[in-house]
Design a protein around this ligand. Structure first.
Ligand code: F6R
Length: 242
């Protein structure tokens, strides 16, 4: 596990974007694993800028997102498909047919999970997987106690995660309690993993990830098993490290 501590969130985003730039310039047809949430937004802005300047192209790239709310159509403003279109895909030269987000509207979610795994495998596996981290150490929607070898599946969200994400939903808006998420085993299969964390509210989870025991109580600690995992954090998120 490589730990990179930078001054602030802007530096974290720029560092993360550089990893994706290098990857795309090395392999135009890269398979990129992407995340939603607030942390990657600044990284996506960096990528949009690099794309506009002609420094990178997504023309031949393929993407797979980590997770999606189960029960939301991709057109729903709180769906992760909608988020990805708004925050990244609509602004870069990617072929939308090459972008994958687990189907929140799946009629048969169990089959859809297997299909998602098959699509990742058929694409040749993920080259670089981007991750954020929940305050409880979750990655994707793999909440504490998730199996360390788990695959893409339906997961119930914890109350903490539902509360954390309630800020994105209106007071009368339906907020799903279920998701489809890549499993921890799926994430560990990526050739490279880049986890970004910023802010003091992530410091405890970062400490558990980096220094804690390898445990399902902190899903991100599974990255200790990965041979090319980079944890990119700002000083606030690093503040509880020994
Ligand atoms: C999002 C995801 C989540 C988030 C995590 C942190 O696709 O998989 O694990 O990365 O909840 O979210 P933010 O960045 O909003 O703090």
């Amino acid at each position: 596990m490589q730990i990179v501590i930078l001054k602030n969130a802007a530096e974290v985003a720029a560092y993360g974007a550089d990893i994706f730039e290098k990857q795309l310039n090395r392999k135009a047809e890269s398979v990129l694993g992407l995340a939603t949430g607030s942390t990657p937004v600044a990284l996506y802005q960096n990528l949009i800028e690099k794309n506009k300047q002609g420094g990178i192209s997504f023309k031949d790239a393929v993407t797979f997102n980590l997770d999606e709310y189960l029960g939301l159509e991709g057109t729903h403003p709180q769906s992760y498909r909608y988020f990805m279109n708004e925050q990244l895909f609509n602004h870069i030269d990617i072929n939308k047919d090459h972008t994958h987000v687990p189907p929140g509207n799946a009629k048969n979610p169990v089959e859809a999970c297997q299909e998602y795994e098959a699509q990742i495998a058929a694409a040749g596996g993920v080259d670089v997987q981007l991750l954020g981290i929940g305050r409880n150490g979750h990655i994707g929607f793999n909440e504490p106690s998730s199996g360390l070898t788990s695959r893409t599946r339906v997961k119930t969200l914890t109350k903490e995660t539902i509360d954390d994400n309630a800020r994105f939903f209106g007071p009368d808006e339906y907020q799903p309690h279920l998701s489809i998420t890549m499993g921890i085993g799926t994430i560990l299969d990526a050739k490279k993993v880049v986890l970004l964390a910023t802010g003091e509210n992530k410091a405890e989870a970062v400490k558990a990830t980096v220094e804690g025991p390898l445990t399902a109580s902190c899903p991100a600690s599974a990255l200790q098993l990965h041979r090319d995992a980079v944890i990119v954090i700002d000083e606030a998120a690093a503040s509880k490290l020994e």
